[in-house]
Design a binder for this molecule. Structure first.
Ligand code: NOJ
Length: 751
């Protein structure tokens, strides 16, 4: 047993001194949670350090973990506790909106709070470690995993990702309400060609450092304990063996001292990538690159001992990986408290407070995209309401792509939310309209004769109603891993459905349920009111009804650009200008010949039931040294008649730079509440760290010259100001000025 008062590194050293090579390799091995007797025997022999995804309810998982932990702690030679991982992504038992929805709140407090509750429920269920946050930048809406991250912007991903790390890990990682976080998928997973999950990413170093790696800096600073390299390759090097990024950048340069776990079976998949000829080769490449734990492929378990004997792997490499794994186990307090208190779960699981918080966060995530002539909010005493659409009654889909221990029976469907919100005299009818497709190789869920019939029934329902609420989009299975879509238009016959319902001539409200940006140009043009609800978790239906009937004034903003059609993908606001910028010439400029190149809804966009006015933008100082802080302030006034929140966004452009910089980049935001007529002065400070970009060595650089700032309610509007930075004594030289690589420190980015 280890001495409680010894510092962790010393404890690890003395423990490792007693461990055999086999026991060390055991710490680097993770098994699936469905263990048989042989698996239990492996734990007893010290051949397994971790388990993932045990099945069952929280109580069942907890009891099984306590049983297996007993084998590890009491019956194995070294008494090293297991670390139990689970995908607790946006809730454990209480389900919150998908991360893309949480991102739409533009409120890091929501991200932290949802993760805190999830951690509390998870730890009481015997789970010590979550595979979240996902901070993959998603610029291509075809990619199914857009749902699991915070959208297309690196800054929003870093702010939200850091908040999630803090929420999961709590104030004290060893507390009985904390789990270790795992930032994933490291990296450029979302840059897969044409949005096909797992596929190749081939991106420049500039894009790598400034876009895809950017959020990891914040995650490391927030104290993330583990990282999961991604399935993809970048420019020929699979991430499961990317030494330069994993060991060079993350561990050495960023100072990450936790451990890296492979994605499922990904060590073995180095053979499929074609970089390893055998399982042993795969293990050698992965471990040498800095992969510390093998999730499920057993390549480490089966081949590392031989590799050490042959000298292909040094004992020091094994020791380094083991030390990292043990460090996290110690920090989690697993050596002192290996078991989960069985009385805890009943106290913390799905409490009234967590349900209320799920509703509050769901409300915050909703984005009002259109509200022509103030159709919304609807009167609660509207006589006849027709609710239409498969998704309206689909409570299970509200849970989104990762439900962890969530249950559809806990979720409020949009139909039920509407029914509960309206007056006793209101008649609410429900028609499915059409069903939604599943996977192309499944038995078809759609396109049957029933659907035409279903659309006719929906038309009939709309004819009898005063207003139709049409719920459209994607069921939960259309997002997440291996759920890329070749089209981002509405699946199945939903487009025909909404057109047929609109043709009736009654007021129509569309509620979108989705895990990606959808191409909805027709809806944006023809439907008077559109609310985006994502997959909003257990309380989806209640939160949607709160907005539809005016109990809550929406203020969510789009964390992804909504393109006009699939052909626009990838589409994102922080693009480069090119030599012939969009709109600079009627013919010879960036875009398409068959349609205007503009989004249907831009990044950061969202409406409110009130209105806001921006004024008195100040930028101070106007001219400054490269290392100066720039203070930007603006007056925001609620010019409408009800209280509401506004997401004030600051975008920056480095106007002249070599290499080129994006046309705009989000650098700050704040969600503020204003009473009718109230004005607030919102102040932001940009440090040199915010103004800098990364060169091709991953070092921060600022070039002197003109910078523009915009402050407004989305990425395409706002008041514009500017400032100029000039070279002064002590400033970092730039690559372009002296022709050399800049190793200078700028603004605290480097550790
Ligand atoms: C594969 C997914 O890519 C990853 O996100 C997840 O954490 C693991 N499986 C474990 O379930």
């Amino acid at each position: 047993m280890t001495n409680k008062n010894e510092p962790i590194e010393k404890k690890i050293t003395s423990l490792m001194a007693k461990m055999t090579l086999e026991e060390k390799i055991g710490q680097l091995t993770q098994y699936g949670g469905g263990l048989d007797k042989n698996g239990e025997e492996d734990i007893r022999k010290g051949k397994v350090g971790s388990l993932l995804s045990l099945a069952g309810s929280g109580a069942q998982i907890r009891d099984r973990v306590n049983q297996l932990q007993h084998i590890a702690v009491e019956e194995s030679r070294q008494h090293i506790p297991l670390i139990i991982g689970h995908d607790v992504i946006h809730g454990c038992r209480t389900t919150f909106p998908i991360p893309l929805g949480i991102a739409a709140s533009f409120d890091p407090q929501c991200a932290e709070s949802a993760s805190r509750i999830a951690a509390t429920e998870a730890r009481a269920s015997g789970i010590h470690w979550t595979f979240a946050p996902m901070i993959d930048i998603a610029r291509d809406a075809r990619w199914g995993r857009m749902a699991e991250g915070c959208g297309e912007d690196p800054y929003l991903n870093s702010v939200m990702g850091a908040a999630m790390v803090k929420g999961f890990q709590g104030k004290d990682l060893a507390g009985q309400d904390a789990v270790a976080a795992c930032a994933k998928h490291f990296t450029a997973y979302g840059a897969a060609e044409a949005g096909r999950d797992y596929d190749t990413a081939d991106i420049s170093k500039s894009t790598l450092y400034n876009v895809y790696l950017y959020p990891y800096i914040a995650a490391v600073e927030a104290g993330m304990q583990t990282v999961m390299p991604s399935f993809n390759e970048i420019g020929g090097i699979p991430m499961s063996c990317h030494k330069e990024l994993l060991t060079g950048w993350l561990k050495k340069k960023m100072g990450f001292d936790g451990y890296a776990v492979s994605d499922a079976n990904a060590v073995y998949e180095l053979v499929n990538h074609g970089v390893a000829a055998t399982r042993s080769d795969a293990a050698r490449l992965a471990l040498s690159a800095g992969m510390d734990m093998d999730m499920g492929s057993n390549c480490f378990r089966d081949t590392l001992a031989e590799l050490v004997k042959s000298g292909d792997i040094k004992m020091s490499q094994i020791n380094e990986a083991v030390r990292r794994v043990l460090r996290v186990k110690f920090r989690l307090g697993l050596f002192d408290h290996p078991y989960t208190d069985p009385t805890l779960l009943a106290k913390v699981e799905r409490t009234p407070q967590s349900i209320a918080e799920a509703r509050r966060i769901a409300q915050k995530s909703l984005v009002l995209l259109k509200n022509q002539d103030g159709l919304l909010p609807l009167a609660k005493d509207t006589k006849f309401i027709a609710v239409i659409g498969d998704l309206a009654g689909d409570a299970g889909s509200m849970l989104g792509t990762w439900a962890a221990l969530g249950r559809s029976s806990d979720a409020v469907s949009i139909l039920d939310g509407v029914k509960k919100a309206v007056s006793v005299d209101t008649v609410v009818t429900y028609t499915q309209g059409c069903s939604l497709p599943g996977r192309y190789f499944d038995a078809p869920r759609n396109a049957t004769a029933d659907n035409t019939d279903g659309i006719a029934k929906a038309v009939e329902a709309a004819q009898k109603a005063d207003v139709a609420i049409v719920v459209l989009g994607e069921h939960a299975g259309m997002n997440g891993e291996a759920s890329s879509r070749s089209e981002i238009e509405l699946p199945g016959l939903q487009q025909q459905l909404v057109e047929a319902v609109c043709a009736v001539g009654k007021p129509v409200v569309v509620v979108l349920v989705n895990g990606r940006a959808l191409a909805i140009p027709w809806i944006a043009e023809h439907v008077p009111a559109v609310l985006d609800s994502w997959h909003a978790g257990d309380e989806a239906g209640s939160a949607v009804a709160d907005v539809l009937f005016g109990d809550y004034n929406p203020a969510g903003r789009l964390p992804v650009t909504f393109p006009k059609s699939t052909g626009f993908c990838p589409m994102y606001y922080n693009r480069k200008n090119a030599g012939r910028p969009v709109g600079s010439h009627p013919v010879f400029s960036v875009g398409y010949m068959d349609t205007e190149y503009a989004p249907v809804y831009p990044y950061g966009y969202g409406l409110s039931y009130t209105s806001f006015e921006y004024g008195k933008l100040s930028v101070d100082p106007k001219t400054a040294d490269l290392s100066a802080d720039i203070h930007v302030a603006v007056d925001v006034k609620n010019t409408g008649s009800r209280a509401g929140e506004e997401v004030v966004q600051l975008y920056l452009q480095d106007v002249v730079s070599l290499p080129t910089r994006p046309v705009k980049e989000l650098k700050r935001f704040e969600r503020i509440m204003l009473q009718p007529g109230q004005t607030k002065r919102v102040k932001f400070t940009l440090s040199s760290r915010d103004i800098a970009y990364f060169d091709d060595y991953g070092d921060a650089v600022i070039q002197p010259g003109l910078f523009k700032v915009w402050v407004g309610g989305d990425s395409v509007s706002g008041l514009q100001g500017e400032f100029t930075l000039a070279n002064g004594a002590g400033n970092a030289k730039t690559e372009t000025e002296d022709g050399k690589h800049n190793t200078g420190y700028v603004g605290g980015v480097e550790k």
